[in-house]
Each structure stands twice: as structure tokens, then as C-alpha cells.
Ligand binder design. Sequence first.
Ligand SMILES: [Zn+2]
Length: 310
Amino acid sequence: MAGMEMKPASALPPAGGTGYLAGAAGVHIGGTACRAAAGLENRIWRGALAPGDVSAVMGAIVAAVHEVEEEPKFVVVATPGHVDSIAGTVAAAANLGPEWEGTVPLRDLLRDRLQCDVEVRNDAEMALQAERRRGGLVAANDGALITLSTGVGVALLVDGRDQPTELGHSVLQFDGPPCTGRPHQGCYESYLGGWALPSRYRERHPEFQGTAREIPDDPEFWAECGARLGELVMTLCLLGQRIEVISLIGMVALARAHLLLPAVETRVKKEATLLGTVPRRITVTPLGEDVAVLGALLVARDLLYPFRFA
Ligand SMILES: [Zn+2]
């Protein structure tokens, strides 16, 4: 072994410790929350995020990163809106604040502030990454991720590749309630989106004045929502590709799955003979509200240490 330089043991990271992962961080910004994660997925910081101008939200991101990682080397930010990951820009992320309706060069702004490498990705894409590697879509090759949050999002997993869709805005009732984001009526989001649920509940209970979180666990109301969700599942099954597993994420799914899922199953079973494929499992993510920030961390680690993890 003459001539080989040996590193002192103290300079090596501890086996299995966070030393292997130092420097990678994931961030998720949503309409009301900012989350950051680093290390072995166990260092997660969660904070409130008020809608604000670009510099205020940037400040929140930078502070969140420093909560979990003193010396960030590679940060992946998961954001709502249209993301151009090559240009590093985000557009039409209106729920972050009015300034975010236009195109924001978020990656370059954050690189300057954090003095490290930054990538910007769509939050649904990062959630799918986490679901495939740690959550409800592990070992699934064909499936779907449905987000039930303020909006309704659908990402398909087709032969191992993810395929974002606009199916949350596909119309199931042409004379249905108006959508807010699009010039149409009766799309899935107008029945199941967090913004729409209080109005749908008020149609049954005109005295109700609360938010989606404040809607009671009214079995009839949620069974009707579950039937609509079952119709979205059927729409996916009728696309002609295999759907083995469906995973649900987002605050509405997390809070109301026990009321929604039985009605989904009933609705899908009713049409089972029509459908070429029926998912063998429809579940809620085991990753809770942290799903997108975990995905961002996993991608940041891949980019910083490309040969370290499968
Ligand atoms: Zn719509």
C-alpha cells in the first residue's frame, strides 16, 4: 500500500450518518405553508407562509433552508404554478401572491441569495417522486397520484414514467358549478377543490359560513364528494392504460379519506364491468403533508450525490 494516501478516520463522515448527505435541502412553498427538509428525511421544518410579493416569499425560503441546513450546497424548491425547469422560472402561481401571476426567475434569484446551486420544480412532480420512492406508489409501474387540496391535480404514472395531466379540470357536468381558474363549469375541481367545497356544502346547508376545514364530517355530503372522486377514478380507468394503484395526497384527502374512500369504492364497483382496468388499491399517502418537500429533498440529494442513492 506504499504511496497510497490514507485519510484520517476523523475526516470521514460517520457511517449511515447525515455526513453523506450534507448540503442537500428540499423546500416546498404552498399557498399557506413553507416546508424545508434536509439530512436523512428526518430534519423537517414547517412554517406558515402568508401570500406575499416575490422578495417576501424568497426571504421565507432562505430562512427555511437555513433552519435545516447551515451550509446548503444544492437546494430543490417545489412550487405550484407552471415551472420551466430549464429556465428556472415559475409562472401563474397566483396563490403565492399577486406578483407571482407573471413569470418569476426564482432559480437565479435564489442562487444569488443562497450562494449555492438551486433547481425549481413543480410541486406535483416532486410529490410523485416521494410517493414512488417512499409512499403509496412504491413498486407501482402504472398508477396515478390525485391531489385533493385547494385545487385538484392528477399525475399519471405510465410504464414507470410520470405524465402530468389537466384531468382535475375535465368537465363531468356541463351545467355544473363555475370553476374559478378556467372559463368552464362543472369540472372535478369545482366539486372537490378546497376552494369549492364550502360552496357545495352551502347548497345543502345555506347557513354555513366556514372554510373547507370547518365543514363537519357530514356523511351524506362526503359520500356525494366520494362519488364524484369515484367518477374521476373511472375517468382514469377509461383512458386505456393500466391503473394498478391510486394514491391520494393533499389536505382534503388527509382529513376526509375515511368518509370519501368507501363512497369511491362503491361508485367504482358499480361500473366495474364497464371499466377495462380497476385499481387494486386506492390509498392515502403515508407521507402526510410533507410529501412534496420530501420529494424535493430526494431530488436534491440525487443531484448533489448522483452515485450515492438508487
Ligand atoms: Zn375547472
